[in-house]
Design a protein around this ligand. Structure first.
Ligand SMILES: NC(=O)c1ccc[n+]([C@@H]2O[C@H](COP(=O)([O-])OP(=O)(O)OC[C@H]3O[C@@H](n4cnc5c(N)ncnc54)[C@H](OP(=O)(O)O)[C@@H]3O)[C@@H](O)[C@H]2O)c1
Length: 350
């Protein structure tokens, strides 16, 4: 069996953790998991603690890893402005690639994680379903900067790159800046604890737009497919579950799952309203033996507030991946129920 050695950057993130899990389950990969802080998510991989913003640290910790064949790049450091995102996230990728490329002569592929923000979905209505060939929005955008770096760097080299564009990645985990399943699940169980129905905490427009989500396991499998399918070299793919949804159709099912009554939209400022619920969560944690996270360590409410108020369709076209041979799909409504159950089993929620 061909020996493949994966370096997963951002291995404790929602996406990186999913890729580590998927690779280790396959059995034919040796996996090196990279982040600054170790995490229980990377138990089955060799962990290397590296600060990608520190070129010296990259050199010292990665410079001897000569057997890396594939890089899965899902490291991310959120910044308050887009120029800041470019400066920080661009430097992290450059520092990693420069060292790994020099150290690993057998490097085959670098997979870069992008997202629907490549289409400008964070700014306003954009052309939907978005296609990989759609023109770029007015710069800067850190995904463009990272992709352009890989495009240029790859010229004349034996390795290839690819980029994936998921939307609303759904996977368990505490303290991630963009984690919708935690927003929904923790909000729901707090409402239940307070004895109120499950109001949709966004706008009427947000309730009825078309959206899409991406199961992290599905995304991880697509990343491995892209990295190992030669036809995918130097290509960009939208990867989502493959269906679309409206919150208004899922909301009654969510309420049913948590044993509550569903209620219509009421656009509360989630981050502000959750600021005094720490004690409620602490009591719930003790009563149900949950993982000992403070509420403010667990969920980024601002992200949920943004997503629940998007007033325009936010969907992409996934036919390119299918044309190239990736045929897996996920039924989103079923996925949410399954992920809620995983959160319960993993003691994130009661
Ligand atoms: N989450 C979503 O819904 C979503 C949707 C579409 C696209 N994306 C894109 O996917 C990418 C990954 O997102 P994510 O949500 O998985 O991010 P995340 O959960 O915030 O994870 C980020 C990872 O990067 C690591 N990291 C941060 N700074 C680092 C540094 N200086 N050196 C080394 N590692 C560092 C973090 O670990 P340490 O802090 O321990 O270093 C963590 O493992 C991003 O480009 C994001 O825009 C995400």
């Amino acid at each position: 069996m061909e020996r493949k050695v994966a370096l997963v950057a951002g291995a404790s993130g929602i996406i990186g953790r999913g890729i580590v899990e998927c690779l280790t389950q396959r059995g034919d990969w040796e996996v090196i998991a990279l982040a600054r802080k170790p995490s229980d998510a990377v138990n089955h991989a060799r962990f290397v603690s590296v600060d990608l913003l520190d070129p010296r640290d990259c050199h010292d910790k990665l410079g001897t890893l000569s057997d890396i064949t594939h890089v899965f790049y899902a490291a991310y450091k959120e910044q308050p402005s887009e120029p800041g995102q470019v400066a920080v996230n661009g430097a992290m990728l450059r520092n990693l690639v420069q060292v790994v490329e020099a150290a690993a002569p057998g490097l085959v592929h670098i997979n870069q994680m992008q997202g629907a923000k490549a289409y400008g979905c964070q700014f306003g209505p954009f052309k939907t379903p978005a296609k990989e060939t759609d023109p770029r929005h007015f710069p800067p955008n850190f995904y463009y900067d990272q992709e352009d770096f890989l495009r240029e760097r790859q010229q004349g080299k034996a390795w290839t790159w690819s980029a994936l564009r998921p939307n609303l990645v759904i996977g368990p985990g505490a303290g991630h800046p963009m984690n919708m399943i935690m927003v929904i699940a923790v909000y729901a169980v707090i409402c239940r604890e307070l004895g109120i129905p499950l109001w949709f905490p966004g706008t009427h427009a947000g309730f009825s737009i078309l959206l899409e989500a991406t199961d992290v396991a599905h995304l991880a499998s697509a990343a491995i497919w892209t990295a190992t399918e030669p036809r995918c070299g130097n290509e960009v793919f939208n990867i989502t579950n493959g269906d679309y949804f409206r919150w208004q159709h899922l909301w009654p099912g969510f309420a049913d799952y948590f044993g509550m009554k569903a209620a219509p939209p009421l656009p509360i400022p989630l981050a502000e309203m959750m600021a005094d619920k720490g004690h409620v969560w602490e009591q719930m944690t003790q009563k149900s033996g949950l993982r000992p996270y403070r509420l403010d360590q667990l969920v980024s409410w601002g992200f949920g507030e943004f997503v629940f108020r998007i007033p325009y369709d936010t969907i992409s076209d996934t036919t390119k991946a299918r044309r190239y041979g990736f045929h897996d799909v996920v039924e989103t409504e079923e996925m949410f129920r399954r992920k809620f159950t995983e959160l319960r089993e993993q003691k994130y929620i009661p």
